[in-house]
Design a protein around this ligand. Structure first.
Ligand code: UDP
Length: 327
């Protein structure tokens, strides 16, 4: 595969680039390093088939020329660039909207000029606080258009509309993936999402904060499972069809239950404290992945215990360089 990845220095982008390169492919990564980190892709610079461009996909009108300096042919553009944690998009609401509006325009243009397939990384957030459960791709969502999460939720909904329209008028061959909660190594420990927050606190011997009592649910997918699915979406024959696919774990877990599992896998005594529920925090979230199962012959393989073990090992290394943590 010869891919351009926007948001390549982010958590998911870096794993995707690594997988493509490890299988003999080529990657041009584009990232403005707003929430991504150059450390995430530093080890990939050893591959001659990897090039990294520090640019904002929403800004350059010459993105085709910039990419063309590094690679002659691209078959896939993955558009992943966007702040993605509630803390990050609360901090950068305008950048989030622009990455998903103008950034998506540029990603479409890039794919069009290279005759590449465009894969838009969308999100379960397009369903908002869902009134249907589990969420199928047919569900239109329940989103507050002006709330604190709207820059991300509506940004992604607009990006979806843009990609759907571009496909409809024949500008680009495209697919949309709606990614549900994903975790793993290379998340930032301070990005505010529940898995890195809980792991960081557990390893430091601090209480885990349950927002709003912790009865709300999410479904957590380990990053390697997501990468398997993304590579399949890039390579299956689409034959002109336009697909929107949920990608996520179907094991629904309360945040309180997650706290117990994190403490147990980290080998620390569980301590919890209460925190206020953020505005518009979804109550339940779990995907119906039948469509992806059928089309991609895929479903997540890595259970939460194994996924957390790998992730905790990573964060332990980040915090203590592999030495024993506080217990
Ligand atoms: N959460 C929590 N404690 C934390 C961080 C998050 O209870 O330290 C909750 C948050 O309110 C939400 C869930 O965990 O209900 C998942 O939050 P996250 O930010 O990971 O992702 P979201 O699915 O909300 O985008």
């Amino acid at each position: 595969m010869k891919a351009a990845i926007t948001g390549c220095a982010g958590f998911i982008g870096s794993h995707l680039a690594e997988r493509i390169l490890a299988h003999g492919g080529s990657v041009v990564g584009i990232d403005n390093l707003l929430t991504g980190r150059s450390e995430n892709v530093r080890h990939l610079l050893d591959y001659p088939e990897f090039a990294s461009i520090t640019e904002d996909i929403a800004i350059p009108s010459n993105i085709v020329a910039l990419v063309g300096e590094h690679i002659e042919r691209i078959d896939t553009v993955f558009h992943l660039a966007s702040p993605a944690s509630p803390n990050d998009y609360a901090r950068y609401p305008l950048q989030t909207l622009v990455a998903n509006s103008r950034g998506t325009e540029h990603a479409i243009y890039l794919a069009n000029r290279f005759h590449a397939r465009l894969i838009l990384a969308s999100t379960s957030e397009v369903y908002g606080d869902p009134l249907e459960h589990p969420q199928t791709e047919e569900y239109w969502g329940n989103v507050n258009p002006v709330g604190p999460r709207s820059c991300y939720d509506e940004g992604k909904r607009y990006a979806e509309a843009l990609v759907a329209a571009a496909h409809r008028v024949g500008l680009v061959d495209a697919a949309i993936v709606r990614i549900f909660n994903t975790y793993g190594p290379r998340m930032r420990i301070d990005d505010g999402r529940v898995v890195p927050s809980f792991i960081g606190r557990a390893l430091r011997g601090e209480p885990l904060t349950l927002y709003g009592g912790g009865e709300q649910t999410r479904s957590f997918m380990y990053v390697d499972d997501l990468i398997d699915a993304l590579v399949r979406v890039a390579t299956i024959p689409l034959a002109g069809d336009f697909h929107v696919l949920n990608l996520g774990s179907t094991v629904e877990t309360s945040i309180r239950a997650l706290a117990t599992v994190v403490a147990s896998v980290a080998g620390v005594r569980l301590q919890v404290e209460d925190g206020p529920l953020p505005t518009d925090d979804p109550t339940r979230r779990c995907p119906d992945i039948s469509r992806a199962q059928m089309l991609l012959d895929w479903q997540p393989q890595i259970g939460i215990l194994e996924g957390l073990r790998r992730t905790i090992d990573y964060f332990r290394g980040e915090l203590y360089g592999g030495q024993a943590a506080a217990s």
